[in-house]
Design a protein around this ligand. Structure first.
Ligand SMILES: [Zn+2]
Length: 447
């Protein structure tokens, strides 16, 4: 029955606005993923040249900016030429928004915004083709796990903008497209019970979730011995998934977990393949920047992205305030797109040692995520001399265990940092429903 519905859905889908375009992009992407690294670079360079020329000719902001720096689109013959173009920041977009829209697209443009919980909020324009490309990207990637457009999708989600203000049209669409929601903002035991009972009956093909919210739900299911919700795929986003969470999801749901790197400005940016590598999508050109220059292979730096499919408001060399490492090794799955080795939280989520050494949050993940007794943690650094860490453990730990952890941290931070480890029952989620591992009031000045 569910397959029948999916089949009907996929055929009817073509009649809806964007249906034909989405399917065209999907077909294109399915082929494109198998291009070799060299073929992919060639395709991306052509798209880059196209969008830079388009921006120069159509967008007042870019024409003025490139004109001022004497940059001409014809001069972009290589990635190196492209990498001499100025970066785009959130502040640039916020202060030049109206002059960044292509005049001929003005009527089709509508506003969207990034969340303000982990940095500066930003408003920007997109048009409907944004969603057509994004759906094609999502379904191409989900296809790696046997999930098709129109398959039953359960959400464990928390952003109010995605749910509360839905009008009847979107609710109708969710009904037709077979989607069910568990609101991660108000996870009560009663709501989890009802959701669990519904899912056992309904049999979702995939689950899309905020990791920390799904973790709560998975623990609820495990405690009650509910192991018969068996989707083909769990897609997680917005926060890094820990080893403990992967093991928990595997135990409770028994299916692969794909981490998906997204941003409101772009939609899907990168998606984890069957080999566990985070592939950058074809329509995004990724760069890693250290002090204004391109990072060396494997070096951590700021994320800069160019969207090769957004023409209403082009994002060219846009810094989204995340940090990442690109993997110099190609993925054994054979797809030619670049791979992120690691996405590190926001720029501000850095810790500082008393000697002024900057330590990114991945270090604490190494310390805690490899300890099986630790369920989650959150570190707060008020100043260079103090580090307060809350830890949720699944079993009782001793004072000696805490001392060992403190010694391990001090071996990197220096002996004179005061580390306080506080064992707690639970850690509050931040407003956007994301779990932040590290919160620091000490801002790095090395960028
Ligand atoms: Zn791969």
């Amino acid at each position: 029955m569910s397959n029948m519905h999916g089949w009907v859905y996929r055929n009817l889908r073509r009649l809806w606005p964007g249906g034909i375009e989405t399917q065209k992009h999907l077909r294109e992407l399915k082929k494109m993923q198998w291009l070799s690294h060299e073929e992919m670079e060639k395709w991306q360079l052509e798209r880059i040249q196209h969008i830079v020329k388009y921006a120069y000719e159509n967008i007042p902001f870019y024409r003025e900016r490139y004109g001022r720096e004497d940059i001409h689109p014809e001069d972009i013959r290589s990635f190196k030429d492209f990498q001499a173009l100025p970066f785009l920041t959130k502040q640039d977009v916020n202060s030049n928004r109206e002059s960044m829209v292509a005049p001929q697209m003005r009527k089709k443009a509508f506003i969207n915004m990034t969340g303000g919980s982990t940095g500066e909020s930003m408003r920007f324009y997109i048009d409907n083709s944004f969603w057509w490309w994004n759906q094609a990207l999502e379904y191409r990637c989900r296809g790696w796990y046997g999930v098709k457009e129109g398959d039953k999708l359960a959400w464990c989600w928390g952003d109010s903008r995605d749910m509360y203000d839905w009008n009847w049209k979107r609710r109708l669409k969710a009904f037709i497209t077979q989607q069910k929601y568990l609101n991660a903002y108000s996870l009560t035991e009663e709501k989890m019970r009802a959701f669990a009972e519904m899912l056992v009956e309904w049999r979702p093909i995939m689950v899309r979730a905020y990791v920390s919210a799904l973790e709560l739900f998975a623990r609820y299911l495990k405690d009650r011995g509910i192991f018969d919700i068996r989707p083909k795929l769990i897609e997680t986003t917005a926060e890094k998934i820990t080893v403990y969470q992967r093991e928990l999801f595997d135990e409770v749901f028994g299916c692969p977990v794909a981490d998906c790197y997204t941003g409101r400005e772009f939609g899907t940016i990168a998606y984890e393949c069957e080999q566990g590598r985070l592939h950058v999508c074809e329509t995004r050109f990724p760069e890693i920047i250290v002090k204004g220059r391109a990072a060396r292979p494997g070096e951590l730096g700021e994320v800069a992205l160019t969207s090769l499919s957004q023409y209403t408001m082009p994002f060219i060399r846009y810094k989204n305030d995340d940090m990442a490492i690109l993997d110099p090794e190609p993925c054994p799955c054979g797809r030619g797109t670049p791979v992120y080795k690691e996405i590190v939280g926001r720029i501000f989520d850095f810790l500082v040692s008393t000697e002024g050494k900057y330590i990114h949050s991945a270090y604490l993940m190494l310390v805690f995520n490899t300890k099986p007794e630790v369920v989650r943690f959150q570190a707060y650094q008020p100043d260079k001399r103090h580090l307060d860490i809350q830890v949720v453990c699944k079993e009782k730990v001793t004072e000696a265990w805490k001392d060992e952890v403190i010694a391990e941290i001090q071996s990197n931070f220096g002996k004179d940092i005061r580390v306080a480890i506080d064992i707690v029952d639970h850690i509050e989620l931040t407003r956007a429903g994301k779990h932040r591992f590290v919160i620091s009031d000490v801002k790095p000045d090395f960028l």
